[in-house]
Design a protein around this ligand. Structure first.
Ligand code: NAP
Ligand code: MG
Length: 402
């Protein structure tokens, strides 16, 4: 069989631990035999980040800006324990945070659903994609603990003379206070990314805040979303999809009653909390995909889970592991489908689709990694190790591409 051709390289970002092992296995078993793979390779494994003083992460993000589509392996975000384990020069920042801020992107997380894994919410039939605004609010706040009675004020001094001052509270005794901010430009980027992704995936957008209570702060989010939506209205009408705004509490109630199949755009804190709820209710973290989308349409695909450290330590001791590679495979397939679409290479898009279909074929036969065994219903699951699982997917893929 002749290998499928690519024109523009993918930005390939390698990572750490168990997912780094899986990365290599996925390439060897499911990609290199079928695709004449072109990538610009960036090793974001922790040793290389330390060696390059994290320049490699910035270079990988810049390459994504230039080439448009990236695929990323999970990476370690160092903490104190990792400093000693890897003998690091510095506690390098989260690569995902660095890439997100360079691309000014929004993260969309969606579960990979199967008929044999029933979500905890019975009426959910389609995946729910959470879009979390990843800037500001409580994550960039300032706080004071008031230890005595006194006056708390919120003050703004503009460079051109705008001066506003409001009393937050007259404290009669000890208490706490907090200042938060966001910027129009970040909210606008978030809105663009949400509407772009909706057009891309042909899904409705729901957006929720608490603008009845927060009449300036949350209201600004709603206004900006309305303004930005004007740019996408015609596309939405053409595709028969809708933009729907509602209050966060109403959104929560509606999400639970819904059938799924839409994008739920959330403010930073809401997205943090709701994405954990939605992903748990759908089944397994190992089946969650994640894609970072920039407001100018650059895409970085990855799995939502981490480097699966516990499995890696077992692997290092020579033990067999049954780590689920599905979300990482879907990062590759997502990237191939997008590259195929942008470069008008229908064969590459087709390959991405068949790769996903081969995963569903395998899972549909009940051949699964250990994490899925207790979630399966209506089928007798057979747990295999990662290598056997990939081999099973490969045989389905070969049959499909023959
Ligand atoms: P994790 O790697 O997501 O793993 C947490 C647990 O979830 C695992 O121990 C495993 O449970 C289960 N799990 C996750 N993915 C799985 C898979 N593919 N197959 C089977 N089971 C899976 O989270 P963590 O242990 O908290 O973090 C490990 C490292 O990953 C940290 O250094 C963190 O900084 C990094 N991290 C990176 C990213 C990213 O790059 N996007 C995201 C999150 C975390 P059992 O042990 O019960 O089998
Ligand atoms: Mg969280």
């Amino acid at each position: 069989m002749e290998k499928i051709k690519m024109t523009t390289p993918l930005v390939e970002m390698d990572g750490d631990e168990m997912t780094r092992i899986l990365w290599k296995m996925i390439k060897e078993e499911l990609i290199l035999p079928f695709v004449d793979l072109k990538t610009e390779y960036y090793d974001l494994g922790l040793p290389e980040r330390d060696k390059t003083e994290d320049r490699i992460t910035v270079e990988a993000a810049e390459a994504t800006k230039r080439l448009g589509v990236a695929v990323k392996c999970a990476t370690i975000t160092p903490n104190a324990q990792r400093m000693t384990e890897y003998n690091l020069h510095k506690m390098w920042k989260s690569p995902n945070g660095t890439i997100r801020s360079i691309l000014d992107g929004t993260v969309f997380r969606a579960p990979i659903t199967l008929p044999t894994i029933k979500p905890a919410v019975r009426n959910w039939q389609k995946p729910i994609t959470i879009a979390r605004h990843a800037y500001g609010d409580v994550y960039k706040n300032v706080e004071i603990r008031a230890g005595e009675p006194g006056t708390a004020r919120l003050v703004f001094d503009g460079v051109n003379g705008q001066h506003e001052e409001v009393v937050v509270h007259e404290f009669k005794g000890p208490g706490v206070l907090q200042g938060q901010h966001n910027t129009d430009s970040s909210i606008r980027s978030f809105a663009h990314a949400c509407f772009k992704f909706a057009v891309d995936t042909r899904q409705d957008v729901w957006f929720s805040t608490k603008d009845t209570i927060s009449k300036k702060y949350d209201a600004r989010f709603r206004e900006i979303f309305d303004e930005v939506f004007a740019d996408y209205k015609a596309d939405f009408e053409r595709l028969g999809i809708t933009y729907f705004y509602t209050l966060i509490d109403d959104a929560v109630a509606r999400v639970i009653r819904s059938q799924g199949g839409f994008i739920w755009a959330c403010k930073n804190y809401d997205g943090d909390v709701m994405s954990d709820m939605v992903s748990t209710a759908f089944g397994s973290l190992a089946m969650m995909t994640s894609v970072l989308v920039s407001p100018d349409g650059k895409y970085e695909y990855e799995a939502a889970h981490g480097t699966v450290t516990r499995h890696y330590y077992k692997y290092l001791q020579g033990e067999e592991t049954s780590t689920n590679p599905i979300a990482t495979i879907f990062a590759w397939s997502g990237a191939f489908k997008k590259r195929g679409e942008l470069d008008q290479l229908p064969q590459l898009t087709h390959f991405g689709e068949q790769l996903e279909a081969a995963c569903f074929d395998t899972l549909g036969e009940g051949v699964v990694t250990k994490d899925l065994v207790n979630l399966m219903e209506g089928i007798e699951p057979k747990a295999v190790n990662s290598a056997q699982f990939l081999a099973a997917i490969r045989s389905h893929l070969e049959a499909r591409l023959a």
